[in-house]
Design a protein. Structure first.
Lengths: 173, 344
């Protein structure tokens, strides 16, 4: 049956036509298409890889930024702490100096007051002496201004002392 | 398959077989003849009948014989079994039935442009144009910056499917050498399978259901496999690592298997496509057979056969793709096996 007998004429044309078409497409058809598509696939793969890398780098950049920020914050805290320490130290030393100064002033004032007091006491003593002399003068009613009188009074007093009497009781005269 | 062409071959056959033993009565339907006249090659391309007049393309008959040299004439002269320049078409029951023979019944070397050859030429031109246009798109555009458009967008997935199939089966190293052949085989089979399903003029020829075509394609695969086979491939055939007792038997089995591979490729594609055509034609023929059994049966069977005809056509579209895919995939696997390197 010629259904399953290959026809030589058709085979002949098939060889020629298929051969020509295959040759042309092999030279100018398929490799160009597949080559370009493969190149594009490669390009896409590479682009995706690059994008991934860039993304990673951006993510790392964030981490780096965070690190710098943290460092800066630490530095800031350190500086602030130092400043506050310095402040405290300055205040402390100022206080000390002020108290020393105050003590010095106080000491000087004390000595001055003491000197004044001494002077005042001396004045008062002198005054009291004068006053008592005056008073004694008045009490004795005697004029001790002359040498004779003075000598006389002194003799009286000396007598009294010899008798063992009280010098302060010359009023029994 | 429209109804019109059906009557024509019957009449043609009726004319041809005048005086033959199986003379068909006028109006009777000879189903095998209708079907076989459709799936077989012919010297003219019958398009349709217009009343009594049949519209057909008369193709050139080209004969080469030892006595007459090259003879070229139109197949119009051979219509109805007439003899022209000493040649005629052998009738039913004779040797070389349906083929041009000389007066003694011998077959000259016949390279006529038959229906299948014309179909082959047209589909080849179509394939050439489509692929070259696609290639031109890639040449004139920067594929790295533009998405494929137009014809390239249609063809790229198909070509890349075969290309990637070749990569998977043959391996990264040298699949590029074989990918064009596989692309060519796939697109050739796919295009001709689909053209075969189209029931009117540019299609309708049963090219991939012709054993000469499928045999040639399988032969191409066979040659590719065996010409590019590696040392390991041939070692596995002729000196495989098997027990001593099996050593003389293995080469016979392996050679047989190597030869059977293209045979199976040939028959699978041929039988599938031919069977599909027969199936669809049979569905359509049911309508004409039932015509003489009265209105009710005719009407109901028409509905049934139209339904099944549509179903078969859908199925054929699927089969057209599957067969092209299977042929290409098996070819790439055979090539991949022949390209093996070292022990696996």
């Amino acid at each position: 049956m010629n259904l399953i007998t290959p026809d030589s004429g058709l085979l002949f044309w098939m060889v020629i036509i298929f051969g020509i078409v295959f040759f042309i497409l092999w030279k100018f058809g398929f490799p160009i298409i597949t080559g370009m598509v493969d190149k594009r696939t490669e390009h896409i793969d590479q682009s995706l890889k690059l994008a991934q890398e860039a993304e990673d780098r951006i993510r790392n950049l964030g981490v780096e930024q965070q690190a710098i920020l943290d460092k800066t914050k630490a530095e800031q805290a350190r500086i602030l702490k130092e400043a506050s320490d310095a402040k405290k130290a300055i205040i402390e030393s100022a206080k000390e100096e002020a108290s020393a100064q105050a003590k010095k002033i106080l000491d000087r004032a004390k000595t001055e007051i003491a000197a004044e007091k001494e002077a005042a006491l001396m004045d008062i003593r002198k005054e009291v002496a004068l006053l008592s002399i005056n008073m004694a003068e008045k009490v004795t009613r005697r004029d001790l201004s002359t040498d004779e009188g003075q000598m006389h009074y002194i003799d009286v007093l000396l007598d009294e002392l010899k008798k063992g009497g009280n010098p302060s009781a010359p009023k029994d005269n | 398959m429209a109804g019109e062409p059906l009557c024509a071959p019957t009449k043609l056959l009726a004319q041809e077989s005048e005086g033959a033993a199986t003379a068909a009565q006028e109006g009777d339907i000879d189903v095998p003849d209708i079907i076989f006249s459709h799936i077989m090659d012919s010297y003219e391309w019958h398009i349709t009948d217009w009343g009594e007049h049949s519209i057909a393309i008369h193709l050139p008959v080209i004969l080469i014989s030892r006595n007459d040299g090259i003879t070229v004439f139109s197949s119009r002269h051979l219509e109805g079994g007439e003899e022209y320049r000493g040649y005629h078409i052998a009738g039913t029951g004779q040797k070389h039935e349906g083929k041009v023979v000389d007066s003694e019944g011998n077959r000259p070397f016949d390279i006529s442009i038959t229906k299948n050859v014309l179909s082959l030429m047209m589909s080849s031109i179509l394939l050439l144009v489509v692929i070259l246009l696609t290639a031109r798109w890639y040449k004139t555009h920067d594929a790295l910056k533009e998405a494929p458009r137009g014809i390239a967008a249609y063809m790229e997935p198909i070509i890349m499917m075969v290309h990637n199939m070749a990569r998977e089966s043959i391996g990264e190293e040298d699949y590029r050498r074989f990918s064009p052949y596989l692309c060519m085989a796939f697109l050739f089979i796919l295009l001709n399978n689909f053209l075969g399903i189209v029931p009117f003029f540019p299609g309708g020829a049963n090219l991939t259901g012709n054993i000469a075509i499928t045999m040639f394609l399988a032969l191409c695969t066979f040659l590719t496999v065996n010409l590019f086979g590696t040392k390991h491939y041939y070692k596995d055939i002729f000196a495989p690592d098997v027990p001593v007792l099996l050593k003389p038997i293995m080469p016979i089995i392996e050679v047989f298997s190597a030869v059977m591979k293209p045979v199976s490729l040939t028959i699978r594609l041929f039988a599938n496509m031919m069977a599909g055509h027969i199936l669809i034609l049979s569905m359509v023929c049911i309508i004409f057979i039932m015509a003489k059994y009265g209105g009710v049966i005719f009407g109901s069977m028409t509905v049934v056969s139209v339904f099944f005809g549509v179903f078969c056509d859908m199925l054929e579209c699927l089969v057209a793709f599957i067969q092209a895919y299977v042929f290409t995939m098996l070819s790439s696997i055979y090539i991949g096996l022949a390209r093996q390197k070292g022990e696996h």
